[in-house]
Design a protein around this ligand. Structure first.
Ligand SMILES: C[S@@+](CC[C@H](N)C(=O)[O-])C[C@H]1O[C@@H](n2cnc3c(N)ncnc32)[C@H](O)[C@@H]1O
Length: 277
């Protein structure tokens, strides 16, 4: 159990998908130019949301390896992906999805990325991807992943990395203090050592730039408004709980902040595409 349950990932998936930077997705599609066959490694796959959003940008024969350390999420990924494709079968322990004229083979693997990275990179993927992962990871982990990607001469595409921006609607006087404490919480250890948190996009850019990759970034902020009440309703108490854990904002202020009803939010994210020279 990772602390990310399937119902939370289900709730955020529509916002995640519509917030992805379209320009970067188009650049990714152009890079592979509908190549016949492609192998993809998805790190921290959860229930397979990244595959559901990225596969339409890629060619007709895709081989995905989905990695997560949470057995329950891997189990949920199988059923969510089969339902998404409409037509799915099991073949040699793999899931084979047929969707919009594409054949997508999926291998689900349980591994702890913080400790098993070399085991994860035993094959040579054409594309290494992740969604909502790298702000949880440490600066060292980001360097290690970049080194592995470069060694494979693979392309790298990661979306929805938290970048520290946070705005609520309506505003409250304590918003700035709350956001600052939340950013501090985001740097706590999430299993990889001290997290890069909002620094993750800059670290990814620097690591791939130093390796001679061509790096592009795009905005993928959640812009939550009417229709997103359920997600905003989960975010507000989660945000306050994280702030409380830091003890950086007096309890009275947190409690007052919580009394204001919110109907919207902006949560800043960055997408990163790094292409080999
Ligand atoms: C915020 S969720 C994102 C899930 C999915 N990529 C998505 O966009 O819905 C982070 C995911 O990373 C996984 N994860 C976190 N630390 C991990 C680790 N050390 N090894 C493998 N998976 C990890 C969690 O189990 C979770 O599925």
């Amino acid at each position: 159990m990772s602390g990310f349950d399937a119902s939370w990932l289900d709730l955020r998936e529509p916002a995640d998908h519509r917030s992805r930077c379209e320009d970067l997705a188009k650049m990714l599609a152009r890079h592979f130019d509908w190549r016949g066959q492609i192998s993809v490694l998805d790190m921290g796959c959860g229930t397979g949301s990244n595959l559901r959003a990225t596969a339409p940008c890629l060619g007709p024969d895709q081989h995905w390896t989905l990695i997560d350390y949470d057995a329950a999420l891997l189990e949920a990924a199988q059923s969510r992906l089969a339902a998404w494709a409409g037509r799915a079968e099991k073949c040699n322990g793999r899931l084979v999805l047929h969707k919009d004229g594409k054949r997508i083979t999926v291998e689900l693997r349980r591994a702890d990325l913080a400790h098993d990275l070399d085991r994860v990179f035993t094959s040579r993927p054409d594309l290494v991807t992740a969604s909502a992962l790298f702000d949880l990871a440490s600066a060292d982990f980001i360097s290690e992943v970049a080194a592995e990607v470069v060694r494979c001469r693979a392309a790298f595409y990661t979306v929805l990395t938290y970048n520290g921006q946070q705005r609520w609607t309506p505003k409250h006087d304590a918003d700035a203090a709350m956001a600052s404490a939340f950013r501090a919480h985001q740097t706590r250890d999430k299993g990889f050592g001290e997290s890069a948190g909002p620094m993750a996009p800059a670290l990814l850019l620097a690591a791939f730039d130093a390796a001679g990759y061509s790096v592009s970034e795009g905005d993928s902020a959640w812009r939550l408004e009417a229709g997103d009440e359920a997600l905003v309703g989960e975010l507000v108490p989660g945000f306050a709980a994280a702030v409380r854990e830091t003890a950086l904002v007096p309890e009275e202020k947190v409690a007052t902040w919580l009394t204001l009803s919110r109907n919207g939010a902006l949560v800043g994210h960055t997408d990163t595409l790094a292409l080999p020279p």
